[in-house]
Design a protein around this ligand. Structure first.
Ligand code: GDP
Ligand code: IMO
Ligand code: MG
Length: 427
């Protein structure tokens, strides 16, 4: 067996949580491989909405093992809140959720360092979710970090205090930033204790054994390709590899054990936080997209920046991820428009190009649009592939032709049921 991967092809919030939930019945294991509580994955079914941050999106389905992989960074306090919310929904995750010992812990001081660094950057801030993601990955690569497996050690508290002291020294670099650490620490230490209610595993063994036993694994990405630390719009990115390769390092699954790669994109584009976004619409059309798509962050509630679909960007994401199947989300939202614009090329140094160059700031690329016929009307009741409007189908075919990969899933609303499977193998 090989592990399939599902990840975002744009700037995050493409609808990964929804599609993981839809596909979960086909798999035995759902495994998050990077990111942490900066993610907000929304699932809607039976008329109820649920947002997951650290916990894999397979958690609501029976007979599924949900793995928090080694590449993830875990904030015990947020994790505990997520667990409590699951119990409130009548879901007991203690048996179906396991955590890699090699996952890193986000400490309260990581959050403080994140906030202090952002404050010091002023206008140049990344627009971080302030969950401590960057500082935690810095400690990981700097070889200072605390891992989930360390909570089993009798020296945990000492190690925590040593790293906290280092962070406090670092915070002195930001004299204008004031904070009160005591306010967070007790809750954090208590939440660390409650992590012990879950089975801590050596996830690389568990996952490879599962594959050897013929069990299906779906690796769930967080963020999106344009937020990847290497291939995103650096420095306006997150601090992990969000691309397919991140599933290998974030789970311990070898590259030759990766099977299908599901790449998810919205029928338009959004971004939350700072950084370049070539097709951004800072006008009434952008506002209309935001309202129709309810584009407000699932983690921070911030309004998302909105714009048209960007094909050079999408092609780039398909390339670096080795996408084998596409999922197009939010087709219903474009039902608000008679005509739709799509960026097919960029003007770059006076030349018309169809690829993503090194820099995509406004002075480096200017989008070139083509107009396509829309599919005005309400699509949210659409359930049959044969009833897909012709203009929507030709939009899909146009994208497939440009990026060279077929659209397997078409999403026409946030609910689990509002999903059309164009690839009959998924039915
Ligand atoms: P994720 O981070 O990739 O899991 O995506 P988010 O949950 O942050 O954001 C996606 C948002 O779009 C959520 O509010 C979903 O409920 C919603 N959504 C997902 N698919 C569709 C769709 O096809 N149509 C509409 N209108 N909303 C959708
Ligand atoms: P999901 O998994 C959208 C953005 C932040 C900021 C940048 C860095 O729900 O798609 P960080 O907190 O990681 O240091 O922030 O990345 N960002 C996301 N944007 N969806 C996400 O996750 C995101 N996670 C981080 O807004 O611009
Ligand atoms: Mg999200």
């Amino acid at each position: 067996m090989k592990a399939d991967v599902l990840l975002g092809l744009q700037w995050g919030d493409e609808g990964k949580g929804k599609i993981v939930d839809v596909l979960t019945p086909k798999y035995n294991v759902i495994a998050r491989f990077q990111g942490g509580p900066n993610a907000g994955h929304t699932l809607i079914f039976d008329g109820k909405k649920h947002v997951l941050h650290t916990i894999p999106s397979g958690i609501f389905r029976d007979n599924t093992l949900n793995v928090v992989g080694n590449g993830v960074v875990v904030d015990p306090v947020i994790f505990k809140k997520e667990i409590d919310a699951l119990f409130e929904r009548g879901v007991d995750p203690t048996k179906s959720l396991v955590i890699s010992r090699k996952a890193h812990l986000i400490m309260p001081t990581h959050g403080l360092l994140d906030a202090a660094s952002e404050q010091a950057k002023g206008k140049a801030k990344i627009g971080s979710t302030l969950k401590g993601i960057g500082p935690t990955y810095m400690d990981k690569t700097g070889r200072n970090g605390l891992r989930v497996g360390d909570i089993e050690s009798p020296h945990f508290k000492e190690r925590y205090e040593a790293l906290r002291a280092k962070h406090v020294r670092m915070l002195k670099q930001y004299p204008e930033y004031s904070y009160d650490l005591s306010q967070y620490e007790d809750a954090w230490l208590a939440a660390v204790e409650s992590l012990k209610n879950f089975k801590l595993i050596d996830s690389e063994h568990v996952l490879n054994n599962a594959l050897n036993d013929g069990h299906g694994i779906l690796a769930e990405g967080a963020q999106g390709t344009m937020l990847d630390i290497d291939f995103g719009t650096y420095p306006y990115v997150t601090s992990s590899n969000t691309i397919t390769a991140g599933a290998c390092t974030g789970l311990g699954v070898a590259p030759n054990k990766i099977g299908e790669v599901f790449g998810i994109f919205k029928a338009y584009c959004t971004r939350v936080g700072s950084g370049p976004f070539p097709t951004e619409l800072e006008d009434a059309t952008g506002e209309k997209l935001r309202e129709a798509g309810m584009e407000f962050g699932a983690t921070t509630g911030r309004p998302r920046r909105c714009g048209w679909l960007d094909l050079p960007q999408l092609k780039y994401a398909v390339m670096v991820n080795g996408v084998t199947q596409l999922c197009m989300m939010k087709a219903d939202v474009l039902g608000e428009f008679d005509e739709i614009q799509v960026c097919t090329h960029y003007m770059h140094n006076g030349e018309k190009i169809d690829y993503l160059p090194y820099g995509i700031n406004p002075d480096e690329v200017q989008p070139v649009y083509e107009t396509f016929e829309g599919w005005p009307g309400d699509l949210t009741g659409l359930r049959k592939v044969e009833n897909i409007p012709a203009s929507l189908m030709s939009y899909v075919r146009m994208i497939e032709d440009v990026v060279g990969v077929k659209v397997s899933i078409l999403s026409v609303g946030p609910d689990r049921e509002q999903t059309l499977l164009l690839n009959p193998d998924l039915a």
